[in-house]
Design a protein around this ligand. Sequence first.
Ligand SMILES: [Zn+2]
Length: 364
Amino acid sequence: MSLIVISFDGVKDTEFEKMAADAQSYPNIAAFMQSARYTGDVFTTFVSNTYPIHSCISTGRHPKEHGIVSNILGYADGAEIWAQEAKFITARTIFQAAAQKGLKIGTVAWPVTCGEKGIKWNLPEVHLLPGQNRIIEHMRHGSAIFQIRALLRHGKKMQGLKQPYLDDFFTSVMVDLLREKKPDLAMVHLLAYDDFCHNFGICDETDTARAALDHNLGRILAAAGDDATVIVFSDHGHLNVSENIDLAPIFGDILHEQCGGSAFFTRKVEIIEEYSWFGRLLTEEEMDVSGYAGRAAFGIGAARGFSFSDLPHRANHGYPRDYDEYRVFFAVKNAKRAPHRLPFEDIRNVTAIIDQELGLGMDL
Ligand SMILES: [Zn+2]
């Protein structure tokens, strides 16, 4: 019997609850919730961006300990170098622990799994640098035969990597994985909703992505069968943005990094509190847990309605995890072990459930 983990990228708890309450529009989410144990109002980790959080799920540790503090490592000729290689994770992963137990793992578009040896069937999320070839990079970073078969069977669905077609492709690969390989642990990352939020904000246009999430969940659950243990969770919420501020031309080398809802600086900025986009200073704990203490002198959270980026986001994430309307969720169906209160009230509970269900001994 499989443990299936599905990441609904960017879906805040209240958004998921709205979908679950609307069985007419979202029948699969509503049906799943009828038999799942749901926890909302969950704190994510900080910095609340996709790679630090998914690495938190993969390890049960905050970014300070797992080493993936940002989506990106830096820039090469102006192009982002994504922190996508598993070797950058500095804590023990569930993949390593499960492989040591002899369990068979399959992952589809899971962040920071490039080159992860513990995964038997791996189609990683790959971001290319200019001049790189997608097929070559996927072969280099993931499982060759598994990916070639996926591409031959379902490659046409991607439509140039656009969403929600890309999630349709990922779901098709996941369905084949469940039906044909029967993995002990299968994980998939669905990101159409996150993509739509960045482009349109949380609004009616985002309904296309909501419908895709529901449809894809239904396909995965049908392939999984009624007895499979299924965890659905979200990594971060989104907050609508009315103004994007690019801090780079304002601060030059005083800026260490801008991360959407937060930013880090190399040295003190005297009047930073007077800017309209200033939300609050990050606490010592936030600097520490995020892994930025020692890398940057201080950091700030953006004011409501602002994001720090050189891109025109209509909604964004990366905010401190205690911001209003910024909680996440997890929901579990068919957990084999009796639920018990975990020693932390945040998204690492997902790792703890995976640990319990598979008996991994992650020592969380
Ligand atoms: Zn995300």
